[in-house]
Design a binder for this molecule. Structure first.
Ligand code: PHE
Ligand code: NA
Length: 459
């Protein structure tokens, strides 16, 4: 150990800046953008929530992404080993080991419900392709969705299919083809979203949707809404669980960490905003409820596909592309667990993938039952903030709003207070004012903002 420079060369690097951006975008863009962002925006009253979310991306998300990528590249190894190499002077204290542990735990918990939602998308490919959506009313579309939720066996089937897709790629340890696919399929998803936005503009709800999304009304924003916005900044950018750290270890030295991190963040934010502009016009034009919850996109987009010309084709394509986006994110959730099992527990890749996948699969069953048989079961309902939350809601809440911000906080403190300023300046190679801006943010603004939101919510 101890070689900080040159260690990268032995592991092979991304062929270019583009390859890194594609891999990181594959992880970032997923259900978080298209499924979660619209529904939490609807639940939290729109504009003011969106504004806080955008501020969190800029002030917390981008600086932490830069820190993760930078630590990964500096260390040139897996996250835990990179941290250890960098903190060499006094060894890796248990508190920094926690970054790896948070990553593994968050990976398990997130993938368990992420895969259930991925399964909804798998199921909707068939629904759209069979022409069932054509010309349906909002009620009929709603009934198709409730029908799916009320059927644990079907949900389990699609959850298993989605998870198997993820496991196959991780077990084989191949990702080269995936990056190339991202470069074609992500733009295709973007175009399909644009088509839905185009349709949504004619639906009669566009003005109200734009006002809902972009005219902040702070009377609608709650303390827990701020926590959700902050948590979502981590979730959507895949931060706080060392995913970007792992990817950063393959980034060539001469590439700008700031530019690549900002690019990935802008793409991710763009996809989320586009999803919002596709969905909310349909909500308002059809008198649906913006706060309908996790089913929002499955109750609105199918309505649009049922009404627009060539809707069955566009709908099928859309859900296929959504599965692809979720798949590349799911791979990045499972990969750190498998790497950690290989490295720390000496297990081989196939066994680790099967073992970790099986745990996620079993955990997923609790989320599936939360949608039907256990829909009224709120295990932590006695805590005021968690009132009425099912196991599924709790997993989502705990990972995005607590675990990931905690991981991110540790990353910020490690970068800002453990690493030497010289090392940071060398890795980031920013102009002096830009470096100072990042340094102040990562040392003070980010930790204070995350802690303040935490404490305020506890109080
Ligand atoms: N960023 C992904 C999404 O928005 C989810 C994710 C979170 C992936 C954390 C990896 C790590 O869908
Ligand atoms: Na995302």
């Amino acid at each position: 150990s101890g070689t900080l420079d040159g260690s990268n060369a032995k592991r092979g690097l991304w062929s270019s800046r583009l390859a890194f951006i594609l891999a990181a975008t594959g992880s970032a863009v997923g259900l978080g953008n298209i499924w979660k962002f619209p529904y939490i925006t609807g639940e939290n009253g729109g504009g003011a929530f969106v504004l806080i979310y955008l501020i969190c991306i800029a002030v917390v998300g981008i600086p932490i992404m830069m820190a993760e990528v930078m630590i990964g590249r500096r260390g040139g190894h897996s996250p835990v080993n990179s941290l250890r190499l960098i903190a060499e002077r006094d060894g890796l204290k248990p508190v920094w080991r926690m970054i790896g542990a948070v990553g593994v735990l968050a990976g398990f918990l997130i993938l368990s419900f992420y895969s259930v939602i991925g399964g909804w998308a798998v199921s909707y490919v068939g629904t759209a392709a069979s022409g069932q959506l054509a010309g349906q009313s909002a009620e009929a579309i709603g009934a198709i969705f409730s029908g799916l939720l009320s059927d644990p066996v079907t949900l389990l089937l699609w959850h298993s299919v989605f998870l198997a897709l993820v496991m196959v790629v991780v077990a084989r340890g191949v990702r080269s083809g995936l990056e190339r696919a991202v470069s074609i399929l992500m733009p295709a998803l973007f175009v399909l979203l644009l088509i839905v936005v185009g349709y949504a503009m004619t639906s009669g709800g566009f003005g109200r949707a734009a006002a809902f999304l972009f005219q902040p009304d702070f009377s609608k924003l709650t303390t827990s809404g701020v926590l959700v916005a902050l948590g979502h900044a981590f979730f959507t950018l895949s931060l706080g669980m060392a995913v970007m750290m792992a990817y950063g270890s393959y980034l060539p030295k001469n590439i700008s960490i700031a530019k690549t991190s900002i690019t990935v963040s802008i793409i991710d934010t763009g996809v989320a905003l586009l999803a919002g502009m596709a969905i909310f016009p349909i909500v308002f034009a059809n008198g649906l409820e913006p706060g309908a919850g996790p089913g929002l996109i499955f109750q609105t987009l199918p309505l649009a596909f049922g009404q627009m010309p060539m809707g069955s084709l566009f709908g099928t394509l859309f859900f296929v592309l959504l599965i692809f986006a979720a798949w590349t994110s799911g791979i990045s959730l499972l990969e750190p667990i498998v790497e950690w099992l290989e490295e720390q527990k000496g297990m081989n890749r196939t066994v680790s993938t099967l073992g970790a996948g099986l745990v996620c699969w079993a955990l997923g069953i609790a989320s599936i039952l939360s949608l039907n048989l256990w829909a009224d079961f709120a295990p932590l309902g006695f805590v005021p903030m968690l009132e009425g939350k099912t196991i599924f809601d709790l997993l989502d809440f705990f990972t995005a709003n607590i675990l990931l911000p905690l991981g991110g906080l540790l990353v910020a403190i490690f970068a800002g207070w453990v690493m030497s300023r010289q090392a940071l300046e060398n890795e980031l190679s920013l102009s002096a004012p830009m470096f100072r801006l990042w340094y102040v943010t990562i040392r003070f603004i980010t930790p204070v903002a995350v802690s303040a939101v935490f404490l305020y919510n506890l109080a």
